[in-house]
Design a protein around this ligand. Structure first.
Ligand SMILES: Nc1ncnc2c1ncn2[C@@H]1O[C@H](COP(=O)(O)OP(=O)(O)O)[C@@H](O)[C@H]1O
Ligand SMILES: O=C(CO)[C@@H](O)[C@H](O)COP(=O)(O)O
Length: 464
């Protein structure tokens, strides 16, 4: 049996799956946590990765590996391959003003035309502009810019700072893939090229950027001779792991909430709501993302002193619409809509509506309404939605599944619990190993009947 491994270095943790390359059956798994916060030392991801690999029983019998990861994070390297400062993550909003500055200088329409996205605080280019303005000495030292999955792929291949790596600080050996490059705001999914002028505008000078690999292309090998796949942004990884086809819209409810689909042509949304990303199979991935998703439920569960399942049970004891209680859940600011400085608000509190049950339901409804509005925006980019596949940590909550069937107006399916981002990375590993994209089956664990209740979305929209 030939084994391949997929890695998901996501916001909250690192997950490893080792699968049978012939069938896709999961043979072993491993996991390790990441530190909290929106600014993280990349060495913490490396430590978590090595711990998760050990937890999965090691890679001695693994023929190929690929790394998917949280998108957009800024990993700034100096000419000796050292990380210059902690990485700013996708959910760090300090670069919100930098995003506005870049838009003022270039124009939203021009950004959408040139690189398929309009800057928001999540994108790498805005973090580089923040660095240029807030930490000019650090900006001046930047010799290369990588994303989380690029840097981990480079480290796995034995590159890194002298003394800490077998192959040394060879910056031109950095690689990325189309899906993650498309989240920088200086690479175009439509032309498959970097827009160096936009990089220089952001950072203040040119720098080494990772070579963009095609799907199925190998980045090289680890020092132990394991083939390394191109890697991907986590959402593109999930699309690959789920084998998403035309008509499938994926909703991921992890730290971020995302709504996306694989399409034949690139999106260019000058409003900036839908990002015109690339996917990991050679196609495109129009996507919306929210900053607030599973952690809305973490927060309200903690407030109510219950676990996730108990939160769900509370929510299901009350009616759709939560007796008029509406949670607008912008706990960490928001990206869709673009309100980086917003805070959360609870509307509709009366003596009758202010109950634990209604608050539990309002949390789930608020989470899902934000994603439903994102679905509308993705559909407006000529995406057909025949069914919605929900994945990510909170997708396993039965109440989230049931209320999703009340919020979305198209059928919802819940794939069997699994690490679909890591599974997508394993697809890439097998593809790089054999030269052929594998087609592994995905089973479904729940298909809640469509039970659309317009009141939920109507009262949420009325509070906007
Ligand atoms: N049954 C559940 N109900 C609601 N939320 C859950 C449940 N299980 C896990 N979560 C939440 O899902 C999140 C982790 O999801 P995951 O997709 O792994 O996130 P990420 O990929 O962003 O690291 C955590 O915030 C966790 O508390
Ligand atoms: O910013 C985006 C997509 O544009 C996020 O989806 C990040 O990629 C983080 O993903 P998770 O760790 O929450 O899965």
């Amino acid at each position: 049996m030939s084994l391949v491994a997929g890695i998901d270095s996501s916001t909250q943790s690192c997950k490893v799956v080792i699968v049978d390359q012939a069938t896709g059956n999961v043979i072993r798994t491993g996991r390790a946590s990441h530190p909290a916060g929106t600014e993280v030392a990349p060495s913490a991801w490396w430590d978590a990765l090595t711990t998760a690999i050990a937890d999965a029983g090691g890679f001695d019998d693994v023929a190929a590996v690929s790394v998917a990861g949280q998108q957009h994070g800024m990993v700034a390297l100096d000419s000796d391959g050292n990380v210059i400062r902690d990485a700013l993550l996708w959910n760090d909003t300090r670069s919100a003003q930098s995003a506005l500055d870049l838009i003022a200088e270039v124009g939203a329409d021009e950004y959408a035309r040139r690189v398929g996205v309009v800057p928001v605080a999540s994108f790498t280019a805005t973090k580089l502009r923040w660095l240029r303005d807030a930490e000019p000495e650090n900006a001046a030292r930047v010799a290369a810019v990588a994303l989380p999955h690029d840097w981990l792929t480079w480290r796995l291949r034995g590159f890194g700072p002298a003394g800490e790596s077998e192959r040394g600080p060879v910056l031109k050996e950095l690689t990325t893939d189309r899906s993650d490059a498309s989240g920088t705001a200086y690479w175009s999914a439509a032309t498959n090229e970097y827009d160096r002028e936009l990089l220089v505008l952001a950072l203040g000078h040119d720098a080494v950027l990772p070579r963009v690999l095609g799907p199925g292309e190998s980045a090289g090998e680890t020092p132990a001779g394991i083939i390394v796949g191109p890697g991907a942004g986590d959402n593109a990884g999930a699309a690959l792991g789920l084998g998403a086809a035309s008509g499938d819209v994926i909703v991921s409810i992890g730290t971020s909430g995302t709504v996306f689909a694989v399409t034949e042509s690139p999106a260019h949304d000058p409003s900036g709501t839908v990002a015109g990303f690339a996917d990991a199979s050679g196609l495109f991935l129009p996507l919306i993302a929210t900053l607030n998703a599973a952690r809305i439920l973490d927060s309200i569960s903690a407030l109510l002193g219950v676990n996730h399942n108990e939160l769900g049970e509370l929510a299901l004891t009350t009616e759709p619409g939560s007796d008029g209680l509406v949670l607008q859940p912008y706990f960490e600011g928001e990206r869709t809509p673009n309100l980086p400085d917003a805070t959360a608000t609870l509307f509709g509190m009366t003596l009758g509506s202010t109950t634990r049950n209604n608050l539990a339901r309002a949390a789930i409804e608020g989470l899902l309404c934000g994603l439903a509005e994102g679905l509308d925006a993705v559909r407006a980019q000529n995406v057909d939605a025949h069914r919605i596949m929900i994945v990510g940590g909170a997708a396993q909550n039965p109440a989230v599944q049931q209320i999703a069937a009340q919020v979305f107006d198209v059928p919802v399916i819940i794939p069997t619990p699994g690490e679909y981002v890591a599974a997508g990375a394993a697809v890439q590993a097998a593809w790089a190993l054999t030269g052929t994209r594998p087609s592994w089956p995905v089973s479904i664990s729940a298909e809640p009947a469509v039970d659309f209740r317009p009141v939920i979305r109507e009262q949420y929209a009325a509070k906007r």
